[in-house]
Design a protein around this ligand. Structure first.
Ligand SMILES: CC(C)(COP(=O)(O)OP(=O)(O)OC[C@H]1O[C@@H](n2cnc3c(N)ncnc32)[C@H](O)[C@@H]1OP(=O)(O)O)[C@@H](O)C(=O)NCCC(=O)NCCS
Length: 163
């Protein structure tokens, strides 16, 4: 049987385990989390993403090779946000969980996913798309026109529960 061409497709709930695995691998490569916190996160993320894939508040894409092996994935979460001028619908597309298998990198798979996500956000008519970039991801997003924003953050030390 002839092999199928490499394809980009929209994920379904049947891809939940793949998306959890890719997100876990993303954190590991970024050096974030311990095995305990990542195991906890995997379970939470699985419960979080499944219903959102079903109701369309998360749209995810998977790049597959000709044999059907997943090479890359990424997710666009349509976040409900506080009112801001020029965004009366209070929705923000947020690109997250971008991951390409190490042996499939630098072949444009992440770029295809970013472009599909931008096209989806445009179709929704939303004025601004956001993401948080890892060092590895930053050049991919910059090439598609993303600019740094002024977001700041403050680490809040965990409080011990009071006796
Ligand atoms: C970031 C990541 C998703 C990129 O995936 P990829 O499929 O290799 O990216 P692409 O091949 O689509 O790259 C698109 C462009 O960015 C460039 N690029 C990709 N990774 C790069 C890197 N680490 N450094 C410099 N340029 C890079 C590519 O060369 C390509 O450039 P071109 O337009 O000149 O051809 C992948 O490296 C990865 O999974 N990293 C670990 C997890 C991670 O950090 N995810 C991002 C979280 S924000």
């Amino acid at each position: 049987m002839p092999l199928k061409p490499r394809s980009l497709r929209v994920a379904t709930t049947a891809d939940t385990s793949l998306l959890v695995r890719h997100r876990r691998a993303m954190w590991e490569e970024m050096g974030i989390g311990t095995s305990a916190s990542l195991a906890e996160h995997d379970a939470l993320y699985r419960r979080w993403i499944r219903p959102r894939l079903r109701n369309g508040s998360v749209v995810a894409w998977v790049v597959e090779d000709r044999a059907g092996r997943a090479l890359a994935s990424g997710c666009l979460w349509i976040q409900r946000i506080h009112p801001r001028p020029g965004n009366p619908r209070c929705l923000q597309p947020y690109l997250m969980s971008m991951y390409t298998e190490p042996d499939a990198r630098c072949r444009g798979h992440a770029r295809r996913i970013v472009r599909a996500a931008i096209a989806h956000a445009r179709r929704l008519g939303l004025p601004r798309m956001a993401l948080h970039a890892s060092d590895a991801g930053r050049p991919v997003y910059e090439r598609e026109g993303f600019k740094p924003s002024g977001e700041m953050h403050l680490r809040l030390p965990t409080q011990r529960p009071q006796r």
